[in-house]
Design a protein around this ligand. Sequence first.
Ligand code: GLY
Length: 359
Amino acid sequence: MKILNLNLKHKTVPIETENGLFQKAAQRIKELFGERKIMLVTDSNVGPVYAEKLFTQLKDLNIETGVYTVPAGENSKSHDLLLKLYDAFARFGLTRRDIVIAVGGGVTGDLAGYAASTWLRGTGLVHIPTSLIAMVDSSIGGKTAVNLPHGKNLVGSFYHPEIVLIDPLLLETLPDRYFFDGIAEVIKYGLISDNNLFEMLESLENRGNIIEHIEEIIFRCCDIKRNIVEQDETESGIRMILNFGHTFGHAIEKVFGYEKYTHGEAVSVGMVYISEISEKLGFCNSELPKRLRSVLSRYGLPVDFPKVDNNAVIDAVLIDKKSRTNDINLVLIEEPGKVFIKRFPKEQIRRMVHENRYD
Ligand code: GLY
């Protein structure tokens, strides 16, 4: 087993990664939380495959366990679902000393995490991520959220789990599209902080090759995120580099109604776009965007900016929740493993997108 400790100001979060860990999860939960009640939160895809198993295993250990299943998909990150979840917590008699376990991908983790952070002003939380994107990103670092009609993740909290249990074998049931969705974030980690990881992804060819190294890949991504979050828990500085490719990625997701592109696919396009901006501004050479296009395309990820009304993109970028001032922070790249944050007046971003002007 590989163990990382995320050392925060007020608590330490162990992140345990091991092939086959899910089989031992109930035992591990009993060791950690004794007789405390457990509420599993899952979605309609993951529930029948994994949460039901965990439910049975916990029951077999005489742990009082409940389960709440939300419909799979981004629409479940809503206040409607949140109220239903609170209702389930109330009916189950979940107290502040009990534990909510999110078994699923990013949507489940964000929703269950927000519910746990607000229920009785905070109950215990555990993440058991089942998608690659949740294993390497959303289960670590304490971000929880629900969406509003105005935009994604507009209501949320920083709320860290007691532990994150990662079993890479759970990826076996993840459809290809969502596996490679996670690979976009893995490539992002290489680009922001680990040239060797980036080169490893360049040297592999397909899902089978990646799976041979997946424990190590997940561990390295989690370690990069651990290091960044320890320096900046609330994203007031360096943590922003985790948003490499995300400013334009989020805009693309939004313009297409969160339906055409998965998060990782939109980030893939956004990473290429921002590397091309970095080149045009003279921060990196022309080889880098080409390398990026090549590695992302190899894994079936989109790389071309879609033909879409520029005004819609600009509007989406400018109302992004992280950009309420006159300036916008963009994460630019010099070379794989080396990125930096630069503030741009909104007007300059408008010129870049509209007129291809980089002065
Ligand atoms: N997903 C980016 C972050 O956790 O900061």
